[in-house]
Design a binder for this molecule. Sequence first.
Ligand SMILES: *[C@@H]1O[C@H](CO)[C@@H](O)[C@H](O)[C@H]1NC(C)=O
Ligand SMILES: *[C@@H]1O[C@H](CO)[C@@H](O)[C@H](O)[C@H]1NC(C)=O
Ligand SMILES: *[C@@H]1O[C@H](CO)[C@@H](O)[C@H](O)[C@H]1NC(C)=O
Ligand SMILES: *[C@@H]1O[C@H](CO)[C@@H](O)[C@H](O)[C@H]1NC(C)=O
Ligand SMILES: *[C@@H]1O[C@H](CO)[C@@H](O)[C@H](O)[C@H]1NC(C)=O
Length: 335
Amino acid sequence: MAFRRLRNFKIFLSVGFAVFFIMTYISFNDNGKSTSLYKFPEQLWRFMMSSRRQCGCDTCVAEPEGSTWFDERLNLSISPLLTKQNNVIPESVYKWWLTLQGEKKPKDIYEVMEELFKVIPGDFDLMDQSPYRCRTCAVVGNSGNLKSSYYGPEIDEHDFVLRMNHAPTARFEQDVGSKTTHHFVYPESVRDLQANVSMILIPFKTLDLQWIISALTHGTINRTYIPVPRKVRVSKEKVLVYSPELMKYVYDKWLLNHGRYPSTGLLAVIFALHVCDKVDIYGFGADSKGNWHHYWENNASAGAFRVTGVHDGDFEASILANLTSINKVLMFRGR
Ligand SMILES: *[C@@H]1O[C@H](CO)[C@@H](O)[C@H](O)[C@H]1NC(C)=O
Ligand SMILES: *[C@@H]1O[C@H](CO)[C@@H](O)[C@H](O)[C@H]1NC(C)=O
Ligand SMILES: *[C@@H]1O[C@H](CO)[C@@H](O)[C@H](O)[C@H]1NC(C)=O
Ligand SMILES: *[C@@H]1O[C@H](CO)[C@@H](O)[C@H](O)[C@H]1NC(C)=O
Ligand SMILES: *[C@@H]1O[C@H](CO)[C@@H](O)[C@H](O)[C@H]1NC(C)=O
């Protein structure tokens, strides 16, 4: 009798353990996608380590992994977005920011922000890291190296797909994908966006913030240093603003003040390091023949002038090379 009871107890215990394992397995499965049973021990290990982990992926961008170069640069306490809560621009940042495009008589930035947050919600921050989150991001640049890459389907598998400036997807889906969750723009590089896409406005001057207010309402501003669209098709609720503090941090900490200011591409990559757990990079750099055209341009020489300008392309490329060499990002260079 006693023996029987002991056996029942053992069965009960095994079933209990099995249930526990399965629950663990399910809750730590990366976003419920493709895992298999042999990952069991790994899942359990992950569960036990979860209190110390930054995210629920196999590797987390924000986790220190022995690169002092990286650890000295990444500073997650800098919020990536200007929001109602994060609306104070430190004086040193503000002074630097005003010089970017030489704004002479800027309107009071706090008045402009107050007006702005009456038009857009300004209450997202995307900084919801947790041991349970595994947010994969594809940062898609505009390089001609995307042509005939057939990256489209794998780009679309990411939770976030971040694109920039004029980048189209229509007609290029097989190489660049069709999904976009966030699109980085400034007034001079803007395009209409689908209703479910978040615009991330990168402001280089006070007028850029005034422009977005105008473009979403009365449409009176039609010019910055060049003509810009009076109106733009985008959901107001989905407009986000890149923080000037993050811009200066990218310039100081990552770029070590090379060039006049960071390119949209670098701003997007560092943004992704702050809000994503896994970062894959597509469409950066020249094509295999060394050309700098955009993937939607037929003329490969069209980008010749882009090599010079306000950005230090070589230094930016070596930042990306370093991030790649320590596996913080995966770089897809075209096929
Ligand atoms: C990170 O940024 C915060 C806010 O600007 C700053 O106070 C802190 O000193 C920075 N940390 C490092 C290690 O640079
Ligand atoms: C956004 O909307 C488009 C068109 O309505 C749709 O095809 C696409 O799947 C949507 N994307 C996401 C990420 O929901
Ligand atoms: C901008 O608007 C003003 C006033 O309505 C008009 O005179 C001007 O031609 C417009 N400029 C452009 C570039 O459309
Ligand atoms: C391609 O672009 C270059 C540089 O802008 C230009 O000189 C050349 O005429 C263009 N070729 C064609 C076929 O459009
Ligand atoms: C890349 O990493 C190496 C080794 O840590 C470092 O010496 C170099 O300055 C880094 N390059 C950039 C652009 O930060």
